[in-house]
Design a protein. Structure first.
Length: 202
């Protein structure tokens, strides 16, 4: 069970929380279900934050070169110092909580950038494990004092705004045109994958 003090900080900003088993949602329609505070607090396991149109979480995985990728991204896009780590993950990585300006609410954002391996960019339609949750490798912990969201830098949003169908395909894009699979077939397969699972867990 996640300690009350952690849950309180998410509920204070009206975050939609969903029950997890380890790191996976328990409910089938978790993306569109909002549980009562009573049910959230009664859950004995971990909790996930269901991201809304205004939320963006940078998920940095050092096991897949995420730390070096983030340093490269922050330096190259002049974002050093403008965003801070929010949660230290059980795997030794970090979550950075950001807000998206209203002008970008309906924009489809990429989940990965091929030049920056080891980083997932989680937005609406995704969930992330909240601070206070515990998995086999350890517990998710606050960094820099607790829940806070910085405004997403415009340079980062420019990189993440999806420009076409191939952005949905990610590592599968090379299958199209090679005779291996049609675009429709690849998209069908991708639709069956849990969007919350990073590439390292496939």
């Amino acid at each position: 069970m996640v300690n009350k003090t952690y849950v309180d900080q998410y509920l204070e900003v009206n975050a939609n929380l969903t029950p997890l088993k380890d790191k996976r949602p328990v409910l089938k329609k978790w993306q569109s279900t909002k549980l009562s505070e009573e049910k959230i607090r009664a859950h004995k396991g971990n909790l996930g934050w269901v991201l809304s149109d205004k939320d963006l979480v940078i998920d940095i995985d050092p096991r897949n070169k995420g730390t070096a990728s983030f340093e490269k991204l922050a330096d190259g896009e002049s974002m050093v110092g403008s965003i801070k780590d929010t949660v230290k993950t059980a795997g030794g990585g970090f979550h950075i909580y950001l807000t998206i300006p209203q002008s970008h609410y309906k924009c489809k954002l990429k989940k990965q950038l091929k030049d920056y391996p080891g980083i997932d960019f989680l937005s609406v339609g995704s969930q992330c494990v909240i601070a206070g949750s515990k998995v086999e490798k350890g517990r998710y912990k606050w960094v820099n004092g607790g829940f806070h969201q910085s405004e997403a830098p415009s340079q980062l949003l420019d990189l993440l705004v999806s420009s076409g169908a191939d952005d949905d395909l990610g590592d599968f894009a090379g299958l199209i045109g090679s005779g291996t699979a049609t675009e429709e077939r690849v998209l069908e397969l991708l639709d069956k994958i849990d969007h919350n699972i990073p590439n390292s867990d496939w």
